[in-house]
Design a protein around this ligand. Structure first.
Ligand SMILES: CC(C)(COP(=O)(O)OP(=O)(O)OC[C@H]1O[C@@H](n2cnc3c(N)ncnc32)[C@H](O)[C@@H]1OP(=O)(O)O)[C@@H](O)C(=O)NCCC(=O)NCCS
Length: 153
């Protein structure tokens, strides 16, 4: 399996734009519900990465093709990362997302000891509940339309 994880590069922006507007990405978002314009997307990524050195986006490559992304939004004061993952639907169910996520968690353990990662997952997004539980996350809180899963680094 030719598998790589790389920090986001300007060359990835178009693919991320396609994913962010895909139907199954929008339906699983808690805040954003409608399509995003390319200009807004590029502006958002620039600001996101420059505002906070604890914000990370990684792109997952499978056989040299971009297949997914993982985001970690860092909140230094609270020692928390809020995470988000998306895998292109063609590549799901093969363990790619699980492997990528495990590698990233192990990487982050070295630099962010005592931090937590949380995932806010919509109540109807059952596959993702199973996904985070499988990775060792625990369901810690229930909000109106989403659950909060948490893992210690
Ligand atoms: C969540 C997501 C990344 C999982 O990707 P994936 O490639 O299918 O996941 P994997 O194949 O690595 O599966 C890992 C584990 O998740 C669980 N899982 C994944 N898909 C599942 C499904 N359709 N049904 C039940 N369990 C599932 C399984 O427990 C699996 O572990 P196992 O195969 O060892 O039993 C993918 O479904 C996705 O991109 N969804 C849309 C975006 C989203 O909702 N993101 C989460 C919000 S933060």
């Amino acid at each position: 399996m030719n598998f790589q994880i790389k920090k986001i590069d300007i060359k990835d922006v178009k693919t991320l734009y396609r994913w962010v507007n895909s139907e199954d990405s929008l339906k699983n978002k808690i805040l954003t519900e409608s399509r995003i314009e390319i200009k807004t997307h590029i502006k958002w990524i620039r600001k996101y990465l420059s505002d906070n050195k604890y914000n990370f986006i990684w792109v997952i490559f499978f056989n040299n093709e971009r297949v997914g992304q993982v985001r970690m939004d860092g909140k230094k004061e609270e020692k928390v990362f809020v995470t988000d993952i998306f895998l292109d639907s063609k590549f799901r169910g093969r363990g790619i997302a699980k492997k990528a996520y495990q590698i990233l968690v192990n990487k982050m353990k070295k630099n962010f000891m005592n931090y937590k990662i949380i995932a806010n997952v919509k109540k109807n997004n059952k596959n993702s509940h199973a996904f985070f539980k499988r990775l060792g996350f625990n369901l810690v809180e229930e909000k109106k339309n989403f659950f909060i899963f948490k893992i210690d680094l």
